[in-house]
Design a protein around this ligand. Sequence first.
Ligand SMILES: [Zn+2]
Length: 157
Amino acid sequence: MHFENVDEAIAKGDSTLLHSRDGEACVRGCYRCLLSYFNQPDHEMIDRTSDEAKQMLIDLARGQLVLAVAPDVASEDGDWAAAFKAVGLPPPDTSTISISGHEMSFAWRSHFVAASVAPIDNAVRGDAEAKGWTLFDLSEVESGVPDALMSMFREMA
Ligand SMILES: [Zn+2]
């Protein structure tokens, strides 16, 4: 993204320490940094000078990996795993995911889809949607894998 002083900005956690490299022709983005054929639909929104985007990247660079202990797999979860398999869904990831403090029972990270056997409150759902995730609440499903869940995988296939 044509910035200098990256290591210091990361060390201090402060994106304002990033400085644009001298002599760069790039304004908001170019094909040498952020633009690509694949993100063409988003080109108008891309701005390498966005303070929010820069700080998010600095925060990400300072991230630490924390291994969480997977919750006990209840038999209910096991029934769901079998149901997913029976309708031809790809197997969920081997580790679950916590979204805004809600431990999702199942996650398909490659599809940004997760499902929970416990009710999901609206705040968690809102946070997840803002991050591009689609959540499914299995707690009130009478029987079978919801069509909407199955369709998430058909669209991506
Ligand atoms: Zn550029």
